[in-house]
Design a protein around this ligand. Structure first.
Ligand code: FPP
Length: 252
């Protein structure tokens, strides 16, 4: 397959970067940037289906973000919890289904309860699969999927790399599928341990826009750029038939 358009809708993943700088530039505490980032989340969720996005995965808190000051970590969890509480009904009406990815064993229980409540309330949503990554590390997710795969293969069966690869792929992204487009705001150009397996053939778009300023026109521009890219998945598109190849005598 060399074409880019997905029949079923796009999987777009976003690294929402720049909240802290956005706030600092305005003389505000960093947490004000995270709070402002919620409006950008709302805009992205609302406009995603109109842009042909079926799965939207947002990086809200990486496992490495535990290294931040405890007050900032607490504030981010509090902001996500408030978002879920306030937006749950709107998500349900929009037909969005929430799924949180990442480790759950370290998430504070008030946030965990809100996550479970919202996942349950939106379980029948079918217009948008909204995935929020919290306490997420792609390397941990891959290692966990590989461990699950090992456990799933019966003891007498041989373990081949192909078999493991298929099971890990299924375990990581059976419903959401591979990422088509990865966007990172805030001007940095790196993946920061986000969806490393699922982005194997993703198109990457980096923008200097800070996350709180990212709006529907920025999202539309990124999708537009994606639509103009030719995805080859390692193949050669529209290969003209070559005349039969004659090797020079000394090449044999
Ligand atoms: C990265 O910016 C952003 C985060 C670590 C937190 C993202 C959280 C939100 C946008 C809050 C709302 C989320 C949801 C899902 C409702 P940064 O702090 O690293 O920014 P900097 O690089 O400018 O310091």
């Amino acid at each position: 397959m060399t074409q880019s358009k997905s029949q079923t809708g796009l999987h777009v993943a976003i690294i929402m970067d720049g909240n802290g700088r956005w706030a600092t530039q305005r003389g505000l505490p960093r947490v004000a940037g995270h709070r402002a980032g919620v409006s950008a989340v709302r805009r992205a969720v609302e406009h995603a289906p109109d842009l042909g996005i079926r799965v939207l995965t947002l990086y809200a808190f990486s496992s490495d973000n535990w290294a931040r000051p405890p007050q900032e970590v607490q504030s981010i969890f509090w902001i996500i919890r408030a978002f879920l509480r306030l937006e749950c009904e709107r998500l349900r009406q929009q037909g969005a289904r929430l799924e949180v990815i990442g480790r759950r064993d370290r998430i504070p229980s008030p946030l965990l309860r809100e996550i479970e409540r919202t996942e349950c309330a939106t379980a029948n949503g079918h217009t948008l699969n909204l995935r929020i990554a919290i306490d997420y590390s792609a390397r941990t997710a891959i290692a966990q999927a590989a461990a699950d795969a090992f456990a799933a293969i019966p003891p007498h069966e041989s373990i081949t790399a192909d078999k493991l690869r298929n099971i890990v792929t299924q375990g990581l992204s059976s419903e959401s599928g591979a990422v088509d487009l990865l966007i990172r705001t805030g001007g940095e150009q790196r993946l920061s341990d986000f969806l490393l397996w699922e982005t194997a053939y993703a198109e990457l778009v980096f923008t200097h826009r800070m996350w709180p300023d990212f709006d529907e026109s920025d999202l539309a521009r990124a999708v537009g750029e994606f639509n103009h890219r030719e995805r080859r998945f390692g193949a050669i598109p529209n290969l003209p038939l070559e005349p039969s190849c004659h090797l020079p005598d000394n090449a044999q």
